[in-house]
Design a protein around this ligand. Structure first.
Ligand code: NCD
Length: 313
């Protein structure tokens, strides 16, 4: 059964309709309303790499909708340490669950798992590859702030080389006709094959090392962490660590409605002085992971989200 491995698995219409479902699910995500749409369904959480938000928001989404979750737990205490292959693990969890959320350090692992499974796989990050469920909550957050996705000017900054969130997001934003500015140190530029693919989709892309010079006209500034764990060499990391540090003082003169996003966790790329500004949206964005994932779980499990939730029509 098809899951969500890359943003190519969803059409623009499907994206917008899932975002509409997510919007209607807000009172359920906040716990104001209990709506057991997924009662009797089990999500398998298979995280072979650290995760806080993705794993916990999947779990929250499932439980708020009356479903249940089984966890692989710490890889160190699972049969992975006995040498079990990903193929065998998937074959087995496939029989225990109705849907699987998976994160793995190897690029392409989610597609491999989908090929081995009957249940849908939700790719919660495959190495430096893709992170489409993050993109759905990112798009939700952008639309929540700007009322639309199309035609916005978006700066994507930081580790564009290894950051899977920006790989998936740049693809989706291009399909909605956004103008993209890639701000990164030379060493962390967006991979050429992604830039070429975006070009083939009609992308308007500018590349620069100058983050601060790019934010004045932006509608969205999407910051990312430098992905230390993906560097083969510590010295290479040291060359780019701390490359960008956004401070509240840097935001003078930016657009009134400009929003600052970050998939989190942050290290030092957004100073806490930014948190109190009207531009900071990253904690709201993290909360939106619950609604976006609720809507995705319903969609992939073929459960319709009612048109009128908690209303009086
Ligand atoms: C991101 C990831 O795992 O790719 N985290 C997340 O899911 N919110 C970003 C990161 O780790 O830097």
């Amino acid at each position: 059964m098809p899951g969500l491995i890359t943003m190519d698995d969803l059409s623009n219409d499907e994206i917008l309709s899932i975002l509409d479902d997510a919007e209607r699910l807000l009172p359920v995500a906040k716990g104001e309303l209990y709506l057991p749409l997924l009662q009797g369904k089990i999500l398998g959480n298979l995280f072979f790499e650290p995760s806080t938000r993705t794993r916990m928001s999947f779990e929250t989404a499932m439980k708020r909708l009356g479903g249940d979750v089984v966890n692989l737990g710490d890889v160190k205490t699972s049969s992975v340490v006995k040498g079990e292959t990903l193929f065998d693990t998937i074959q087995m969890v496939d029989g225990y669950t109705d849907i699987i959320a998976m994160r793995h350090p190897r690029q392409g692992a989610a597609q491999y798992a989908q090929d081995a499974a009957r249940v849908p796989i939700l790719n919660g990050g495959d190495g430096a590859g893709h992170h489409p469920t993050q993109t759905m909550l990112d798009l939700f957050t952008i639309r929540q702030s700007h009322g639309r996705l199309d035609g916005l000017k978006v700066v994507l900054a930081g580790d564009l080389r290894y950051g899977r969130t920006v790989h998936s997001l740049s693809h989706a934003l291009t399909r909605f006709g956004c103008e993209l500015i890639f701000a990164s140190p030379e060493l962390l530029k967006m991979p050429r094959e992604i830039v070429e693919d975006l070009g083939a989709h009609g992308a308007k892309v500018t590349e620069t090392e100058d983050l601060l010079g790019s934010i004045g006209t932006a509608d969205v500034v999407y910051m990312t962490r430098i992905q230390k764990e993906r560097f083969a060499d510590e010295d290479e990391y040291a060359k780019v660590a701390g490359a960008y540090k956004l401070q509240a003082a840097n935001l003078e003169g930016c657009k009134e409605g400009m929003i600052i996003m970050h998939p989190l966790p942050r290290v030092d790329e957004i100073h806490p002085s930014v948190d109190a500004t009207r531009h900071a949206k990253y904690f709201q964005q993290a909360f939106n992971g619950v609604v976006a994932r609720m809507a995705l779980l319903c969609r992939l499990l073929h459960v319709e989200v009612p048109a009128n939730i908690g209303g009086d029509a």
